[in-house]
Write a protein that binds this ligand. Structure first.
Ligand SMILES: *Cc1c(COP(=O)(O)O)cnc(C)c1O
Length: 457
């Protein structure tokens, strides 16, 4: 029998030729084969998808270790006493944390959940830094008992910790979180005690007069994706000045300066048109500024521990998301649009990043401005508002990067199940590090009251 397949009609579009205009796919109007990625660390995209499905998060152990070692090297050659602490909220998958703990990072947690997750993984209390504005009382008891370093966020927490000290009959060592003006806007003033207003000094006075806690550290985290190394210089200058004031006036010895995280990854922020290779300073520039500021302002022979809470800059570039083209459309505006199987519910950073987009195959045809939509039935589900792409057939795989930071923690189960996450080891071995979800994950904690059961069947 002969089947007559009618081709779907697609409205023709006329595009003005822009001579000399270079787009990321070459500029002649034809796709020249750049931005093609057929594998990640030698493992083919097709093989990954056939085994684990699409969408799929893929992490490169090689890249992760390499990024951490660059950071470590940059600081340890310049300052003798450095600790690196992994910011759990950036990515708290067991496998990712394990690699970073294996590299020597301690754990930086900001909730009782993250604290428990680090402990469960085998991190001892002394290797945990407990930060954040909300630390439930019981978790403070546990943290003090287990010798975790706690950075106090507000006056109520000083009271809580004094209570813990009484309860346990010990004198806990604590740090305080400071916020300050480093020239970065908006200034993160909601966490910790403000320096310039005198609030931080009041906190020290309060701790000294209570005489139940030993103040040994200062903590500060000035923001995230800080593109200005000078801001850290200012942070260090102010922290050191304050540390010596505390030592001289109150007799507390400040043993550590925890300067937080905030280093950028090589990702492109929306609204910044220079490529990240140009707009993002190297880690060496940060390390140089920070260590110079330390060595210039510290007293002779005084080398308090410098703590860096690493996050985005270490993990972002080790993460990729493979997603598949499900459909193509032409919008009334003439713009080409694609429906992908991955949306903003699993790509939280899509709201401020413009990802690098690679395609798994050569495609010939005119590139044109295209918009990438996710699978959600929500208008906000836009993965990329405008990017030049050749005509992508259904089934084309796109590889988005960097997506290693903040996506597999801030993702939410919404409309669709969350996908699997795999890790490619240094020898090309592929391990599933988080299974994709199914219905049981979602209904596991639901209860249907008996009186509602079967009513409408
Ligand atoms: C989130 C966070 C970090 C990590 O920040 P990045 O910008 O990812 O480097 C470090 N310290 C604290 C206190 C944080 O809240």
């Amino acid at each position: 029998m002969e089947v007559n397949v009618k081709k779907t009609y697609e409205k023709p579009v006329i595009q003005k030729l822009k001579t000399g205009f270079t787009n990321k796919f070459g500029g002649t109007g034809f796709y020249l084969g750049r931005n093609i990625r057929k594998d990640i660390d030698g493992v083919s995209i097709e093989e990954l998808v056939s085994q684990f499905g699409s969408p799929l998060f893929v992490f490169s152990e090689k890249k992760l270790r390499q990024k951490f070692r660059e950071l470590k090297e940059a600081f340890t050659v310049r300052y003798p006493n450095v600790e690196f602490s992994w910011s759990y909220k950036t990515n708290y998958l067991d496998a990712i944390c394990s690699i970073l703990h294996d590299e020597g990072e301690t754990a930086e947690v900001v909730s009782e959940f993250e604290y428990e997750k680090a402990r469960r993984l085998g991190v001892s209390g002394e290797k945990i830094i407990y930060n954040g504005p909300y630390k439930p009382y019981d978790s403070l008891v546990t943290a003090v008992k287990e010798g975790a370093r706690i950075n106090i966020d507000h006056f109520e927490e000083i009271l809580d910790l004094e209570r813990v000290a009484d309860e346990l009959g010990i004198r806990p060592k604590v740090g305080i979180r400071i916020n300050m003006d480093t020239g970065i806007h908006p200034q993160w003033s909601r966490f910790g005690f403000n320096l310039e207003s005198g609030q931080a000094l009041d906190a020290v006075k309060r701790i000294a007069s209570g005489n139940k806690l030993e103040l040994v550290g200062l903590h500060c985290h000035i923001g995230t994706f800080i593109l200005e190394p000078k801001a850290y210089e200012k942070e260090i200058e102010k922290l050191i000045k304050f540390a010596y004031q505390i030592e001289d006036e109150f007799g507390f010895k400040i043993e550590y300066l925890d300067i937080g995280g905030g280093f950028p990854s090589k990702n492109r922020l929306k609204g910044i048109y220079l490529p990240p290779e140009v707009s993002v300073p190297s880690i060496d520039e940060y390390a140089e500024r920070i260590s110079n500021a330390l060595l210039k302002n510290l007293r002779p022979e005084d080398y308090p521990k410098l703590i860096l809470e690493s996050g985005r800059a270490v993990v972002d570039e080790s993460g990729y998301l493979i997603t598949t083209v499900h459909a193509a459309k032409r919008l009334p505006s003439g713009i080409k649009a694609y429906v992908l199987d991955a949306g903003v519910n699993i790509l939280f950073t899509a709201f401020w990043y413009k990802f690098n987009i690679e395609i798994d195959r050569e495609i010939y045809g005119t590139t044109e401005p295209s918009v990438l939509y996710g699978p959600l039935c929500m208008n906000i589900d836009v993965v990329d508002e405008m990017t030049y792409l050749p005509p992508l057939p259904r089934g084309t795989r796109l590889v988005l990067s960097p997506v290693g930071a903040y996506n597999v923690t801030q993702w939410m189960q919404f409309i669709r199940y969350r996908p699997a996450v795999v890790l490619i080891g240094e020898n090309g071995e592929v391990d599933l590090i988080r299974e994709k979800e199914d219905l049981t994950d979602i209904v596991r904690r639901e209860h249907l009251p008996e009186r509602l059961r079967g009513k409408w069947e």
